[in-house]
Design a protein. Sequence first.
Length: 108
Amino acid sequence: MFRLRERIVDPSLNRVTSRGQTVQVEPKIMQVLVALSERPGDVVTREELMARVWAGVFVTDDVLNRAVRELRRLFDDGTDQPGVIETIRKRGPNAAAHACLTVAGRTS
């Protein structure tokens, strides 16, 4: 269990609690959150997340995009001014394919 932006995250139960309200999170979405929160402030590539969360399963980037959208919604996080999850795009061709994510610091 850990705290992230005024919310208590319980990966063992796939739950996020804030102000007495508990939200059940899909297991894969929780796995993305845990993977990002284990490396606060670090950049985690899409490839790393895909390999960790969907290892051995053929899926498109859409599943990761959906997970990030759900996490942003859960944390009231916008793409213009991210507070928890930030997408960092590399310059050059195929920029979207090289997008990485980072998460704000967490506390245990």
